[in-house]
Write a protein that binds this ligand. Structure first.
Ligand SMILES: [Zn+2]
Length: 967
């Protein structure tokens, strides 16, 4: 079959088995007396088609689900869809506005999924002006993509997070959080969108998943202008450097404003004013006048420490960052140092502002921080080292970071002030900040860590909300039990990620949990707010256990009262009363409770590493807050992301491979095999077309072998050494593959049971013949198919059917290796055989003319025995006596010494794990194989025999290293 035909065939059997699984409800999981395994992967967000990065995570989830099912567990692998929040609304808005990029992108997506004409596509696109339509459209398509990849999902339990029944569940969730005093309301700084006039988080901000936006607190210090009651607000991240302030920098081209605020007059940039207002939402802020930056240059101001400072011009000051005014501390700040040098060398500029050149030349850095090993001004040293001469040089950022890091960890204050003298920079920073705030000499000013826009293009700033709702993850009892649980009970694979979860619990604080806008569930305490997407997705796994009952019974959302969930999930209350209150049949109430108790807790949550510091940690803490300890999560596994041909996938690069294309273009099983085999869970998977095609070739080869094996007409018994070796290898591979899978080392498992099996087959075939290799494969095919089913379920089901296998392979038991067939001695000897063939080839290469016969001379049994005895006794003299007497080697003692010495020198423990008889037998049986590989006529002879025939070099024979003589 050509590749194209092969793919077509693969596709056809994949559809066939998907249909059969569905018809026979193979993956619908009901409580039973079997042990259960409940595995979940986060439900996808449905604002568009998914790509192969998502596919990796869901595929690994499915491999584990299928494996556990075959291990005898009753496995539940459910799926739902996440539509909460603003991203879907943002896209819908852009489509309504006629945004050309979004329109063409979504037109393309729709066309991928519908065979319809232009008009059909346009109508669907038009329907997307209602965000719910968009969400549901992609939810349905993603479900179809998952089916096309053969995922063993129980689809009866699917839902989306905008459904009223789910809203009822999340309402209960938040009532519980409130009972536990996790819900708070109050003042809070948040990332805020100026366009939408609402707080927006990592889900709404463009690229925030890759490049997070944090909130940074600047200390904005008040410097009173000389002969005035107005204060310049100069911002810093390092208030302890105030001791070394030498002047103030103003951007001469920027516009500043004087404002009246709390009976004070403050000066800050026009850009900063907007943020200032949002950070003091309850205050009156009036603008008194506007001033150009150059108007302030040349004036003087006093620092809170009393020093008089000159105001100088500097281009590096960004009016869009913090208050747009900074003070200069050239000893420790590379920017300040470079700007000071600049201006000292620019008398023309100073003249323009009427500033005395001598006055500026007199400004010198003041050393206030001592760092061991740094002699002189730290900023100056670094700037000179890096060769920076211009204040616009972007490397100044790096220089700043380097100085700051060293000073933060190693620096000590060397100032006169007795409170600060000798303090570490770290302590001094805290103390100065608190002192300035408490004496009303500074105020906090919040800024985003990088310039950011929301997905609809709105500018993101930091605002203070006075009535923000949040979940308080900073509660001591919650943090403590969270950390204890993660450290002692939770299994995390790969293990290194446990630390990240613990760190996250450490720094987690109050987290906004609702917005004024978005899809999802209304906050039960305040219907103007919608619960946001990282807050409504933490305990929904519990909902999977009962959602199908809710649907089957046609329950109304109003019936899903908190008392129902209290009983079903927490065992609180009385089922009869619940039944009376909700109008739900009491048997159904009990049934839901039983089903929850059967499936919970979640045995495994598998997801991508990007979820570590948010979703996964919330998942753990919400379970701890709400459920009994017996229902807390058991295990978490994680995988890294997917890149393509060495490059990150992104919409803008146009190199994203969508899940939709996979089944048609590569087939589900090739995708699954590639994803499973190409990388370990904790490494990035690089999608390389060339490698994918080579996996496809391997799969084709496997199918050919299986098909030939089933057809083969086999009567010969399989009891040669080579057959025994094959069985040993196969069973060992099977055993090791199962062990790897138990440790979630999926790559190791599939490498062994698939790729190494193919190698085993090749080697066996080379040593025997086609017919034998098919016949022997036939004997292990049953086990092999079962062991491969989790990764290539369609192909293995098909071959299982060819074999006349019963029912569905997916429901068979995991194969157990026949440990009694594992024969290490034989494996050592067959591995050694390869070495012998190579050695022979090397010897041959030395000879110029064609040689005919080669003697393989097997060492006398006494040689191996001498080595065994030496290992046992460690006494050469004793060994010599024993061997000499036992084998009648009087006069040949020197030979015994040589053998022992060679062993000491080369030390090969395989010698004592093998017997001389089997070594001879393996070479004898492999005679034809060696002949084939070397084109020689092979004679296998015993050493003693060779000696009696005067064959040269016979005495050199050594265990596992036979002597060769080529005629
Ligand atoms: Zn926005």
């Amino acid at each position: 079959m050509k590749q194209e035909e092969f793919l077509k065939w693969l596709r056809s059997i994949e559809l066939k088995w998907q249909k059969l699984w569905k018809e026979h409800r193979v993956f619908e999981a009901e409580p039973s007396d079997k042990p259960k395994f409940f595995i979940t992967v986060p439900y996808p967000y449905t604002n568009g088609p998914l790509h192969i990065g998502h596919g990796r995570t869901y595929t690994i989830g499915d491999i584990i689900a299928r494996y556990m099912r075959m291990k005898g567990f009753n496995v539940l692998y459910p799926m739902a869809f996440h539509i909460t929040g603003t991203p879907i609304i943002a896209i819908s808005e852009k489509i309504s506005r006629g945004d050309p990029i979004e329109l063409s992108r979504y037109r393309e997506y729709i066309s991928m999924y519908t065979k319809g004409d232009h008009e059909t596509v346009s109508n669907i696109l038009k329907s997307f002006t209602n965000p719910l339509n968009l969400a549901v459209f992609f939810a349905e398509r993603i479900a179809a993509d998952f089916e096309a990849l053969g995922y063993s999902i129980d689809w009866r339990r699917k839902f989306h997070t905008g459904e009223p029944i789910y809203n009822a569940f999340v309402t209960w969730h938040f009532l519980k959080l409130n009972e536990k005093e996790l819900i708070k309301r109050g003042e809070h700084v948040v990332t805020f969108c100026l366009l939408h006039q609402q707080p927006e988080g990592e889900d709404d901000i463009e690229d925030a998943d890759i490049n997070p936006v944090d909130i940074i607190e600047y200390v904005s210090i008040k410097f009173r202008l000389k002969n005035s009651d107005e204060y310049l607000l100069a911002s810093t991240l390092r208030p302890e450097t105030l001791f070394g302030a030498t002047n103030i920098w103003i951007n001469p081209d920027a516009t500043y404003v004087t404002i009246s605020w709390r009976n004070e007059r403050l000066i800050l940039s026009r850009e900063a004013l907007v943020k200032f207002k949002y950070q003091h939402p309850n205050d009156n802020v009036t603008v008194i006048n506007e001033i150009r930056g150059y108007e302030l240059v040349g004036r003087k101001a006093y620092s809170p420490l009393g020093t008089e400072l000159l105001i100088l011009p500097a281009e590096f000051v960004d009016p869009g960052n913090a208050t747009g005014i900074v003070y200069s501390e050239p000893s420790d700040a590379p920017y300040d140092y470079v700007a000071l040098m600049d201006i000292k060398n620019n008398p023309v500029k100073l003249e323009k502002y009427g500033i005395s050149i001598d006055e500026v030349k007199a400004i010198e850095p003041i050393k206030i921080i001592d760092v061991p090993g740094v002699n002189g001004h730290h900023a100056e040293i670094i700037v000179k080292q890096m060769g920076i001469i211009d204040q616009r040089d972007p490397r100044l950022e790096d220089a700043t970071r380097i100085v700051y890091k060293e000073q933060f960890y190693k620096g000590r204050m060397i100032v006169e002030d007795p409170v600060f003298k000798g303090l570490s920079v770290q302590e001094a920073k805290e103390r100065m900040r608190n002192r300035l705030y408490s004496m009303n000499q500074a105020i906090p000013f919040y800024e985003v860590s990088r310039k950011a826009k929301c997905r609809s293009g709105g500018e993101i700033i930091v605002a203070k909300i006075s009535d923000q709702w949040f979940i308080d993850y900073s509660l001591d009892w919650l943090k403590n039990s969270g950390k204890k649980f993660v450290e002692e009970k939770l299994i995390v694979i790969p293990d290194k990620y446990k630390k990240s979860i613990l760190n996250t619990i450490d720094w987690l604080d109050k987290r906004p949990c609702a917005r004024k806008r978005g899809l999802g569930t209304k906050l039960p305490f305040d219907k103007d707010w919608i619960i946001e997407s990282l807050s409504d997705s933490t305990i929904y796994m519990a909902f999977y256990t009962i959602v199908h009952h809710i649907r089957n019974a046609g329950l109304k959302p109003e019936q899903l009262k908190p008392s129902l969930f209290d009983y079903v999930f927490l065992g609180l209350g009385d089922p009869v009363k619940v039944s009376e209150e909700t109008g739900i049949n009491v048997d159904l109430v009990e049934k839901m409770r039983r089903e929850f108790l059967y499936w919970y807790p979640v045995d495994l949550r598998h997801t991508g590493v990007a979820h570590l510091s948010n979703h996964l940690t919330f998942y753990i803490l919400n379970h701890i807050a709400i459920f009994g300890e017996e229902h807390w999560p058991r295990m978490i596994t994680l995988n890294e992301l997917v890149i393509r041909e060495g490059d990150k996938m992104s919409k803008s690069k146009g190199n994203v491979i969508l899940l939709r294309e996979i089944a048609e273009k590569y087939s589900a099983d090739v995708f699954r095999l590639y994803v499973a085999s190409a990388a370990n869970l904790d490494t990035v998977l690089d999608w390389r077309e060339k490698d994918v095609l080579s996996v496809l070739d391997s799969l084709k080869k496997f199918i050919d072998i299986a098909s030939e094996s089933i057809k083969a007409n086999c009567r010969k018994p399989m009891n040669r050494l080579i057959d025994k070796w094959f069985f040993s290898r196969f069973n060992k591979l099977l055993r090791e593959a199962s062990e790897s899978l138990d440790k979630m080392e999926i790559r190791d498992y599939i490498q062994k049971i698939f790729f190494q099996f193919l190698k085993l087959f090749d080697k066996y075939r080379e040593a025997t013949c086609d017919e034998d290799s098919y016949c022997i494969t036939r004997t292990v095919l049953d086990k092999l198919l079962k062991a491969l089913n989790p990764v290539i379920p369609h192909v293995t089901e098909e071959i299982w059917e060819w074999m006349g296998g019963e029912k569905f392979l997916s429901l068979q038991n995991w194969p157990t290796p026949d440990d009694f067939l594992i024969n290490d001695e034989l494996e050592i000897l067959f591995d050694n055989l390869d070495r012998i063939v190579d050695d022979l080839k090397n010897v041959l290469a030395v000879y110029k003319s064609v040689k005919n016969t080669a003697y393989i001379i097997v060492a006398s049994p006494w040689k191996r025995e001498a080595i065994s005895l030496y290992v046992k006794w460690r006494d050469t003299r004793k060994v010599i006596e024993e061997i000499r007497d036992k084998y009648g080697l009087k006069g040949r003692e020197q030979e015994i010494v040589s053998v022992v010495n060679q062993f000491i020198k080369e030390y090969d423990e395989n010698i004592i794990k093998t017997s001389t008889e089997l070594e001879y037998a393996v070479y004898s049986e492999a005679k034809n194989y060696i002949e084939k590989k070397t084109s020689l006529n092979i004679q296998v002879v015993w050493e003693e025999e060779a000696r009696s025939l005067n064959i040269p070099r016979a005495n050199r024979a050594y265990p596992l290293k036979p002597a060769f003589y080529i005629e």
